[in-house]
Design a protein around this ligand. Structure first.
Ligand code: 8YV
Length: 324
Protein backbone atom coordinates (compact mmCIF):
# COMPACT_ATOMS: atom_id res chain seq x y z
CA UNK A 1 0.00 0.00 0.00
CA UNK A 2 1.20 3.50 -0.81
CA UNK A 3 1.92 5.75 2.19
CA UNK A 4 -0.71 8.42 2.91
CA UNK A 5 0.35 12.01 2.77
CA UNK A 6 -1.27 15.41 3.23
CA UNK A 7 -0.55 18.08 0.61
CA UNK A 8 -1.48 21.59 1.77
CA UNK A 9 -0.38 23.68 -1.17
CA UNK A 10 -1.51 23.52 -4.80
CA UNK A 11 1.22 22.02 -7.00
CA UNK A 12 1.80 22.14 -10.77
CA UNK A 13 0.04 19.17 -12.43
CA UNK A 14 3.20 17.19 -13.22
CA UNK A 15 4.47 17.43 -9.66
CA UNK A 16 1.08 16.48 -8.27
CA UNK A 17 1.21 13.43 -10.56
CA UNK A 18 4.63 12.52 -9.25
CA UNK A 19 3.26 12.60 -5.71
CA UNK A 20 0.29 10.43 -6.78
CA UNK A 21 2.69 7.83 -8.20
CA UNK A 22 4.28 7.38 -4.79
CA UNK A 23 1.58 8.23 -2.29
CA UNK A 24 -2.13 8.33 -1.52
CA UNK A 25 -2.58 12.09 -1.43
CA UNK A 26 -5.15 14.08 0.56
CA UNK A 27 -5.06 17.67 -0.65
CA UNK A 28 -6.21 20.54 1.53
CA UNK A 29 -6.21 24.25 0.88
CA UNK A 30 -3.51 25.49 3.29
CA UNK A 31 -3.33 25.18 7.06
CA UNK A 32 -5.80 27.82 8.17
CA UNK A 33 -8.16 28.35 11.06
CA UNK A 34 -11.08 27.97 8.62
CA UNK A 35 -10.16 24.42 7.59
CA UNK A 36 -8.76 23.36 10.97
CA UNK A 37 -11.20 20.45 11.48
CA UNK A 38 -10.47 19.10 7.98
CA UNK A 39 -6.73 19.41 8.59
CA UNK A 40 -6.87 17.50 11.89
CA UNK A 41 -8.96 14.79 10.27
CA UNK A 42 -6.50 14.38 7.37
CA UNK A 43 -3.53 14.31 9.76
CA UNK A 44 -4.78 11.17 11.55
CA UNK A 45 -3.56 8.89 8.75
CA UNK A 46 -0.76 11.04 7.38
CA UNK A 47 2.74 9.58 7.15
CA UNK A 48 3.99 12.56 5.18
CA UNK A 49 3.22 16.26 5.07
CA UNK A 50 4.12 18.68 2.27
CA UNK A 51 3.25 22.34 1.69
CA UNK A 52 4.21 25.81 2.84
CA UNK A 53 3.00 28.36 5.37
CA UNK A 54 0.93 27.67 8.48
CA UNK A 55 2.11 26.83 11.96
CA UNK A 56 3.26 23.29 12.62
CA UNK A 57 3.73 23.25 16.38
CA UNK A 58 3.62 20.58 19.06
CA UNK A 59 -0.15 20.67 19.38
CA UNK A 60 -0.58 20.32 15.61
CA UNK A 61 1.87 17.42 15.51
CA UNK A 62 0.01 15.64 18.32
CA UNK A 63 -2.80 15.10 15.80
CA UNK A 64 -0.45 13.25 13.44
CA UNK A 65 0.43 9.99 15.24
CA UNK A 66 1.72 8.23 12.11
CA UNK A 67 3.84 11.08 10.73
CA UNK A 68 7.28 10.00 9.41
CA UNK A 69 8.41 12.95 7.27
CA UNK A 70 7.68 16.63 6.69
CA UNK A 71 8.67 18.59 3.59
CA UNK A 72 8.33 22.36 3.46
CA UNK A 73 8.31 24.26 0.16
CA UNK A 74 10.60 26.94 1.58
CA UNK A 75 14.09 27.43 2.88
CA UNK A 76 12.83 28.98 6.14
CA UNK A 77 11.40 26.70 8.81
CA UNK A 78 10.63 29.06 11.69
CA UNK A 79 6.97 27.97 11.54
CA UNK A 80 7.94 24.41 12.61
CA UNK A 81 8.62 23.03 16.06
CA UNK A 82 11.91 21.43 15.04
CA UNK A 83 12.65 20.16 18.56
CA UNK A 84 9.39 18.25 18.66
CA UNK A 85 9.97 16.81 15.17
CA UNK A 86 13.46 15.77 16.20
CA UNK A 87 12.20 14.23 19.44
CA UNK A 88 9.80 12.15 17.36
CA UNK A 89 12.58 11.31 14.86
CA UNK A 90 10.69 12.95 12.02
CA UNK A 91 12.97 14.49 9.36
CA UNK A 92 12.10 18.06 8.33
CA UNK A 93 13.07 18.66 4.71
CA UNK A 94 13.46 22.12 3.11
CA UNK A 95 14.61 23.78 -0.13
CA UNK A 96 17.82 25.64 0.72
CA UNK A 97 19.54 25.96 -2.66
CA UNK A 98 17.00 26.48 -5.47
CA UNK A 99 15.92 29.97 -4.43
CA UNK A 100 19.28 31.58 -3.66
CA UNK A 101 19.80 33.60 -6.84
CA UNK A 102 16.17 34.69 -7.07
CA UNK A 103 16.09 36.02 -3.51
CA UNK A 104 19.40 37.82 -4.12
CA UNK A 105 17.74 39.46 -7.15
CA UNK A 106 14.87 40.58 -4.91
CA UNK A 107 17.31 42.14 -2.45
CA UNK A 108 19.08 43.97 -5.26
CA UNK A 109 15.71 45.18 -6.59
CA UNK A 110 14.81 46.53 -3.15
CA UNK A 111 18.13 48.36 -2.90
CA UNK A 112 17.70 49.92 -6.32
CA UNK A 113 14.02 50.71 -5.84
CA UNK A 114 14.58 52.32 -2.43
CA UNK A 115 17.65 54.32 -3.41
CA UNK A 116 16.31 55.55 -6.75
CA UNK A 117 12.71 55.88 -5.47
CA UNK A 118 11.53 53.75 -8.38
CA UNK A 119 8.04 52.96 -7.07
CA UNK A 120 7.36 56.48 -5.85
CA UNK A 121 8.44 58.29 -9.02
CA UNK A 122 6.77 55.75 -11.31
CA UNK A 123 3.50 56.41 -9.46
CA UNK A 124 4.02 60.15 -9.89
CA UNK A 125 4.45 59.68 -13.65
CA UNK A 126 1.23 57.65 -13.79
CA UNK A 127 -0.53 60.36 -11.78
CA UNK A 128 0.40 62.89 -14.49
CA UNK A 129 2.92 64.78 -12.36
CA UNK A 130 5.71 64.69 -14.97
CA UNK A 131 4.98 68.01 -16.61
CA UNK A 132 8.43 69.45 -17.20
CA UNK A 133 12.03 68.32 -16.89
CA UNK A 134 12.53 66.89 -13.43
CA UNK A 135 14.29 68.62 -10.55
CA UNK A 136 15.88 67.51 -7.26
CA UNK A 137 12.55 66.51 -5.76
CA UNK A 138 12.65 63.49 -8.11
CA UNK A 139 16.26 62.54 -7.42
CA UNK A 140 17.39 59.49 -5.55
CA UNK A 141 20.79 58.44 -4.25
CA UNK A 142 23.43 56.24 -5.86
CA UNK A 143 23.79 52.53 -5.25
CA UNK A 144 27.07 51.86 -7.05
CA UNK A 145 30.24 52.31 -5.00
CA UNK A 146 28.25 52.62 -1.75
CA UNK A 147 29.01 50.27 1.13
CA UNK A 148 26.77 47.27 1.52
CA UNK A 149 26.48 45.61 4.92
CA UNK A 150 25.20 42.06 4.87
CA UNK A 151 23.68 40.69 8.05
CA UNK A 152 23.49 36.93 7.55
CA UNK A 153 26.16 35.56 5.21
CA UNK A 154 24.51 32.34 4.07
CA UNK A 155 23.95 31.30 0.48
CA UNK A 156 21.73 34.31 -0.25
CA UNK A 157 24.17 36.70 1.41
CA UNK A 158 26.93 35.33 -0.81
CA UNK A 159 24.83 35.75 -3.96
CA UNK A 160 24.05 39.33 -2.92
CA UNK A 161 27.72 40.06 -2.21
CA UNK A 162 28.58 38.77 -5.68
CA UNK A 163 26.08 41.13 -7.31
CA UNK A 164 27.17 44.09 -5.17
CA UNK A 165 30.90 43.53 -5.72
CA UNK A 166 31.02 42.68 -9.41
CA UNK A 167 27.91 44.49 -10.64
CA UNK A 168 27.93 47.64 -8.53
CA UNK A 169 31.55 48.03 -7.35
CA UNK A 170 30.34 48.16 -3.75
CA UNK A 171 32.64 47.55 -0.78
CA UNK A 172 31.13 44.56 1.07
CA UNK A 173 30.94 44.30 4.87
CA UNK A 174 29.34 41.38 6.63
CA UNK A 175 28.48 40.24 10.10
CA UNK A 176 28.17 36.54 10.72
CA UNK A 177 28.92 34.03 13.42
CA UNK A 178 31.73 32.54 11.40
CA UNK A 179 34.32 33.78 8.97
CA UNK A 180 33.46 33.35 5.28
CA UNK A 181 36.87 33.17 3.66
CA UNK A 182 35.36 32.48 0.25
CA UNK A 183 33.43 35.79 0.44
CA UNK A 184 36.57 37.58 1.57
CA UNK A 185 38.57 36.12 -1.30
CA UNK A 186 36.02 36.41 -4.07
CA UNK A 187 34.20 39.64 -3.16
CA UNK A 188 36.80 41.33 -1.00
CA UNK A 189 34.24 41.18 1.82
CA UNK A 190 35.29 42.32 5.30
CA UNK A 191 33.87 40.71 8.41
CA UNK A 192 33.01 43.11 11.23
CA UNK A 193 31.06 43.29 14.46
CA UNK A 194 27.45 44.42 14.39
CA UNK A 195 28.18 47.95 15.62
CA UNK A 196 30.69 48.53 12.82
CA UNK A 197 28.28 47.08 10.28
CA UNK A 198 25.58 49.45 11.49
CA UNK A 199 27.87 52.47 11.52
CA UNK A 200 29.52 51.93 8.13
CA UNK A 201 26.80 50.53 5.88
CA UNK A 202 25.00 52.67 3.34
CA UNK A 203 22.71 49.69 2.71
CA UNK A 204 22.10 47.34 5.61
CA UNK A 205 20.73 44.11 4.12
CA UNK A 206 19.12 41.75 6.60
CA UNK A 207 18.91 38.12 5.41
CA UNK A 208 18.73 36.28 8.69
CA UNK A 209 16.41 33.44 9.54
CA UNK A 210 14.00 33.94 12.42
CA UNK A 211 14.90 32.29 15.74
CA UNK A 212 15.36 33.20 19.42
CA UNK A 213 18.73 34.79 18.70
CA UNK A 214 17.62 36.94 15.77
CA UNK A 215 14.24 38.18 17.08
CA UNK A 216 14.32 42.03 17.08
CA UNK A 217 18.07 41.97 16.48
CA UNK A 218 17.60 45.32 14.77
CA UNK A 219 15.75 47.54 17.18
CA UNK A 220 15.83 51.17 18.34
CA UNK A 221 19.38 50.95 19.73
CA UNK A 222 20.79 49.42 16.53
CA UNK A 223 18.90 51.79 14.22
CA UNK A 224 20.34 54.71 16.17
CA UNK A 225 23.84 53.52 15.26
CA UNK A 226 23.15 53.67 11.51
CA UNK A 227 23.97 56.58 9.21
CA UNK A 228 21.06 58.98 8.73
CA UNK A 229 21.56 58.43 4.99
CA UNK A 230 21.38 54.63 5.32
CA UNK A 231 18.77 52.39 3.74
CA UNK A 232 17.60 49.26 5.53
CA UNK A 233 16.61 46.25 3.45
CA UNK A 234 14.91 43.22 4.98
CA UNK A 235 14.23 40.10 2.95
CA UNK A 236 14.86 37.52 5.67
CA UNK A 237 12.09 37.37 8.23
CA UNK A 238 10.00 40.30 9.46
CA UNK A 239 10.49 39.88 13.23
CA UNK A 240 14.28 40.18 12.92
CA UNK A 241 13.60 43.94 12.66
CA UNK A 242 11.55 45.60 15.41
CA UNK A 243 8.89 47.17 13.19
CA UNK A 244 7.73 49.76 15.72
CA UNK A 245 11.31 50.98 16.14
CA UNK A 246 11.77 51.00 12.36
CA UNK A 247 8.65 53.11 11.84
CA UNK A 248 9.91 55.62 14.42
CA UNK A 249 13.39 55.68 12.83
CA UNK A 250 11.95 56.33 9.36
CA UNK A 251 9.66 59.04 10.67
CA UNK A 252 12.25 60.98 12.62
CA UNK A 253 15.05 60.67 10.06
CA UNK A 254 17.26 58.30 12.07
CA UNK A 255 17.60 56.42 8.76
CA UNK A 256 16.78 57.49 5.22
CA UNK A 257 14.59 54.71 3.80
CA UNK A 258 13.63 51.04 3.89
CA UNK A 259 12.95 48.30 1.39
CA UNK A 260 10.92 45.52 2.94
CA UNK A 261 9.89 42.15 1.55
CA UNK A 262 8.94 40.75 4.96
CA UNK A 263 6.97 42.04 7.93
CA UNK A 264 6.30 41.13 11.54
CA UNK A 265 2.79 40.21 10.53
CA UNK A 266 2.05 38.93 7.01
CA UNK A 267 0.12 40.09 5.11
CA UNK A 268 1.10 43.46 6.56
CA UNK A 269 -1.88 45.36 8.05
CA UNK A 270 -3.36 47.73 5.47
CA UNK A 271 -3.24 50.54 8.01
CA UNK A 272 0.44 49.99 8.89
CA UNK A 273 2.23 53.38 8.95
CA UNK A 274 4.88 51.77 6.72
CA UNK A 275 2.46 51.72 3.82
CA UNK A 276 1.89 55.46 3.82
CA UNK A 277 5.56 56.42 3.95
CA UNK A 278 7.07 57.54 0.64
CA UNK A 279 10.50 56.33 1.79
CA UNK A 280 9.34 52.73 2.17
CA UNK A 281 9.18 50.16 -0.60
CA UNK A 282 6.91 47.36 0.61
CA UNK A 283 6.66 44.04 -1.21
CA UNK A 284 4.34 41.09 -0.46
CA UNK A 285 7.09 38.57 0.45
CA UNK A 286 8.08 37.94 -3.16
CA UNK A 287 11.66 36.87 -2.33
CA UNK A 288 11.48 33.58 -4.23
CA UNK A 289 8.33 34.31 -6.20
CA UNK A 290 9.22 33.73 -9.83
CA UNK A 291 7.56 31.02 -11.91
CA UNK A 292 10.87 29.22 -12.39
CA UNK A 293 11.98 29.30 -8.78
CA UNK A 294 8.61 28.46 -7.24
CA UNK A 295 8.46 25.46 -9.60
CA UNK A 296 11.99 24.48 -8.60
CA UNK A 297 11.14 24.74 -4.91
CA UNK A 298 8.01 22.60 -5.30
CA UNK A 299 9.93 19.99 -7.33
CA UNK A 300 12.69 19.93 -4.72
CA UNK A 301 10.14 19.53 -1.91
CA UNK A 302 8.44 16.62 -3.72
CA UNK A 303 11.80 14.88 -4.21
CA UNK A 304 12.65 15.59 -0.57
CA UNK A 305 9.45 13.94 0.66
CA UNK A 306 9.96 10.89 -1.53
CA UNK A 307 13.55 10.58 -0.28
CA UNK A 308 12.50 10.98 3.36
CA UNK A 309 9.67 8.45 3.18
CA UNK A 310 11.82 5.90 1.38
CA UNK A 311 14.73 6.36 3.79
CA UNK A 312 17.01 7.76 1.11
CA UNK A 313 17.85 11.27 2.34
CA UNK A 314 21.12 12.69 1.01
CA UNK A 315 20.57 16.44 1.43
CA UNK A 316 18.13 19.19 2.46
CA UNK A 317 17.36 17.85 5.92
CA UNK A 318 17.05 20.42 8.73
CA UNK A 319 17.52 17.83 11.51
CA UNK A 320 19.78 15.14 10.00
CA UNK A 321 20.46 13.69 13.46
CA UNK A 322 17.11 11.85 13.19
CA UNK A 323 18.38 9.88 10.19
CA UNK A 324 20.98 7.96 12.18
C1 8YV B 1 8.57 31.69 0.45
C2 8YV B 1 10.58 32.00 1.94
O1 8YV B 1 8.02 32.81 -0.12
O2 8YV B 1 11.55 29.94 1.39
C3 8YV B 1 11.31 30.76 2.27
O3 8YV B 1 11.68 30.58 3.43
O4 8YV B 1 10.49 32.88 2.71
C4 8YV B 1 9.97 32.15 0.63
O5 8YV B 1 10.74 31.59 -0.36
C5 8YV B 1 7.72 31.39 1.64
O6 8YV B 1 8.21 30.33 2.35
C6 8YV B 1 6.28 31.13 1.24
O7 8YV B 1 6.17 29.96 0.52
Amino acid sequence: MKPSIVLYKKLPADLRQRLDQHFTVTEIDGLTSENHAQVLDALQQAEGLIGSGGKVDKEFLAHAPRLRAVSTISVGYDNFDVDELTRRKIPLMHTPTVLTETVADTLMSLMLASARRIVEVAERVKAGEWQSSIGPDWYGVDVHHKTIGILGMGRIGMALAQRAHFGFSMPVLYNARREHLDAEKRFNARRCDLDTLLAESDFLCVILPMNDETYHMISREQLAKMKSSAILINAGRGPVVDEEALIAALKDGTIHAAGLDVFEQEPVAVDSPLLSMPNVVALPHIGSATHETRYGMAACAVDNLIAALTGDVKENCVNPQVLK
